[in-house]
Design a protein around this ligand. Structure first.
Ligand SMILES: NC(=O)c1ccc[n+]([C@@H]2O[C@H](COP(=O)([O-])OP(=O)(O)OC[C@H]3O[C@@H](n4cnc5c(N)ncnc54)[C@H](OP(=O)(O)O)[C@@H]3O)[C@@H](O)[C@H]2O)c1
Length: 251
């Protein structure tokens, strides 16, 4: 059992707190946002305090603030040597963390999504990946990356999730236009993709292309779809978005 603190009790801190509490850890969260921190207190019995009180009560500190306020919030706080820091903040670099959290010097940067609470969320990890594995595996697999550029590239792929959802929403809307059944169209589209992905083999390079090629054979509707998306520039648009996002994170 570890003493875990979360600074910034918002959208991503709440599922982390719930998962960590379910594993028996002792949890402290910052009072702001009061609606979420009070709900976590009522539901899980977490401690609620100021950022400094949370740091003082914790051996592992999750930094879950919006990047633009991170320096302003963290600068006045006092960390301890030996404290382990998990940052989930995009675009706050290792150097900035080292300055803001000194004398603490053990860091891991990662990219959780809210569904980690129920498991199956891959956690790209730059830094102390063993700390993350100890906390989140086996439910959420840790994917170690070698440097911050690689971490930023994983952040860009995470942004692909809403991008793909948006494409799926367009597909579901188109289907509803044909059938007049919005609910059925959204269910069918979502279940089709999630069911397919759930059974797909993972962990080998080339599986995505193999599955695609197994469907998109000569003369099929599937091949017409993949060819049209290529020729109409969907893949170029995706590559552009990924590059622009990772460059923004480097800035
Ligand atoms: N959401 C995701 O799925 C996700 C995924 C991966 C990484 N991240 C990263 O996680 C970080 C937080 O994102 P989020 O979506 O969870 O944002 P969020 O919901 O806005 O959470 C941030 C929390 O920090 C609180 N806060 C603001 N000022 C504070 C202060 N001075 N002291 C203590 N707490 C303060 C905010 O309170 P108020 O609401 O009262 O302002 C808010 O509840 C970001 O860096 C983001 O890049 C998020």
């Amino acid at each position: 059992m570890s003493r875990i603190g979360l600074i910034g009790t918002g959208h991503i801190a709440a599922p982390i707190a719930r998962l960590m509490a379910s594993k028996g850890h002792d949890i402290h969260v910052t009072s702001r946002n009061a609606q979420i921190s009070e709900a976590l207190k009522a539901e899980l019995g977490v401690g609620v305090g100021t950022p400094q009180e949370v740091i003082d009560a914790s051996d592992i500190v999750f930094l879950c603030l919006r990047p633009q306020i991170a320096a302003e919030v963290l600068q006045p706080l006092t960390f301890r040597a030996g404290q382990q820091i998990v940052s989930v903040m995009a675009a706050v670099s290792e150097n900035q963390l080292a300055t803001l959290c000194a004398p603490a010097s053990e860091f891991v940067q990662t990219i959780p999504l809210g569904f980690l609470q129920t498991g199956g969320c891959p956690l790209a990890a730059y830094g102390n990946s063993d700390l993350l594995a100890g906390l989140f595996e086996p439910q959420n697999p840790v994917v170690k990356v070698v440097d911050e550029a690689a971490l930023n590239a994983h952040f860009a792929i995470c942004a692909m999730v809403p991008g793909i959802l948006d494409l799926m929403a367009t597909g579901a809307e188109w289907l509803a236009g044909q059938t007049g059944d919005k609910v059925g169209a959204e269910f069918y589209t979502t279940q089709l993709m999630s069911g397919f992905l759930a059974t797909m083999p993972k962990g080998q390079a080339g599986e995505l292309a193999k599955e695609r090629d197994a469907l998109a054979t000569e003369g099929t509707l599937s091949l017409q779809m993949t060819d049209t998306l290529q020729s109409e520039g969907a893949h170029d648009a995706l590559r552009t978005a990924l590059t622009v996002i990772s460059k923004r994170l480097e800035a």
